[in-house]
Ligand binder design. Structure first.
Ligand SMILES: Cc1cc2nc3c(=O)[nH]c(=O)nc-3n(C[C@H](O)[C@H](O)[C@H](O)COP(=O)(O)O)c2cc1C
Length: 261
C-alpha cells in the first residue's frame, strides 16, 4: 500500500513508478480524506509506503492531518518507507514522519529523496524547459535506486537530498510554512473561464466558485499550488496579478490538463 500526495505530478509519477515495481495499491490522500477513510487493514501488506513533496523542508500539512487520523490495523512491523520529492533539498522532513508514525507505534524503516522540478513559484520563476527536462531525466536514477531498495526492503537512510544541516534547517524554516499557507495572496485574473477545476482539485476544499469565479473560503490551505499550476487559463497567480513565474505539471504523468510550459 502506498499513501501519496501530489499537486503537480512529481510525487504522483514517483508513486506510480514505485507501485509498478512492488505491485502495490495507491491511495491518494485527498481522495481518502474526502471519503473520510482513515482505517486501513495492512495485515496482508508486506510494505507500507508514503510518497510526498517536501514543503519548507518538512511535510505538507495534509500529511500531518492524515497521519494524525490514520489507523493501520494489522501492523506487525512491516517495512515502512518514505519517498520525498523536492526541488533541491528535503531537510529532515523524514524526521517529522518518523515522529508521527512513532506516536502510533509504527517504525519508519527507510527514507529516499528524489530531486525533481521545483514548483515553488512564489519564490521565483520556474527553470527553463531544457533544465526541467534534464532534471526529470536525472531523477530517473534516484527513482530506480528507490525502487530497487524498496523491493529488497532495504532499511536505513537512502536520502541523498537532505542538504546541509537538515535538522537545523527544518527547525528554522518549517515554521514559515504557517505563513505560506495563507490563502490571501491568491489572485484571479480576468482570464478565468469559471471552469471550476481549481475547486475540484483543491485538496483541502479551500476554494468555492462564487459568481463563476474562485474564491478562497478558508484562511489557510496546503499551499500545494495545484490551483495555480493547473488552471487551464493560467488565471490564478500568487500575489500581484502581474507576477507570472510560470506553470508546471510533470510531463511524464498522464491524465492532466496541463503540461510543462
Ligand atoms: C509550499 C511548497 C514548499 C516547498 N518547499 C520545498 C523545500 O523546502 N525544498 C525543496 O527542495 N523543494 C520545495 N518545494 C518544491 C516541491 O517539493 C517539489 O517541486 C515537489 O517535487 C512537488 O511535488 P508534486 O509535483 O508532487 O506536487 C516546495 C513546493 C511548495 C509548493
Amino acid at each position: 500500500m502506498i499513501f501519496y500526495f501530489s499537486a503537480t505530478g512529481n510525487s504522483k509519477y514517483v508513486a506510480e513508478r514505485v507501485a509498478a515495481a512492488t505491485d502495490d495499491h495507491l491511495v491518494f490522500l485527498p481522495d481518502a480524506i474526502r471519503a473520510r477513510v482513515y482505517r486501513y487493514d495492512v495485515s496482508r501488506e508486506s510494505r507500507i509506503g508514503f510518497v510526498t513533496p517536501t514543503y519548507f523542508f518538512g511535510l505538507p500539512s495534509i500529511l500531518h492531518f492524515f497521519l494524525e487520523k490514520l489507523e493501520l490495523t494489522g501492523y506487525t512491523d512491516q517495512y515502512v518507507y518514505l519517498v520525498l520529492t523536492c526541488g533541491a533539498a528535503t531537510g529532515d522532513a523524514a524526521g517529522q514522519l518518523g515522529k508521527l508514525l512513532k506516536a502510533k507505534g509504527v517504525t519508519l524503516s527507510a527514507q529516499f529523496g528524489v530531486p525533481m522540478v521545483d514548483n515553488y513559484v512564489p519564490l521565483g520563476k520556474l527553470e527553463d524547459r531544457e533544465a526541467m527536462e534534464k532534471k526529470l531525466e536525472e531523477a530517473e536514477e534516484y527513482i530506480d535506486e528507490a525502487r530497487r531498495a524498496i523491493r529488497a526492503r532495504g532499511i536505513g537512510d537512502y536520502n541523498r537530498c537532505q542538504g546541509a544541516a537538515p535538522g537545523a534547517r527544518t527547525a528554522a524554516l518549517y515554521p514559515l510554512y504557517a505563513h505560506g499557507r495563507s490563502t490571501k495572496p491568491f489572485v484571479v485574473t480576468d482570464a478565468c473561464l469559471g471552469c471550476g477545476l481549481c475547486q475540484e482539485i483543491c485538496p483541502c476544499g479551500a476554494i468555492a466558485l462564487t459568481g463563476g469565479k474562485p474564491v478562497w473560503s478558508k484562511k489557510q490551505c496546503v499551499q500545494c499550488l495545484a490551483c495555480l499550476h493547473r488552471c487551464p487559463a493560467g488565471a490564478i497567480r500568487w500575489k500581484k496579478a502581474s507576477e507570472a513565474n510560470g506553470r508546471y505539471y510533470n510531463p511524464k504523468v498522464g491524465g492532466s490538463a496541463k503540461q510543462v510550459e
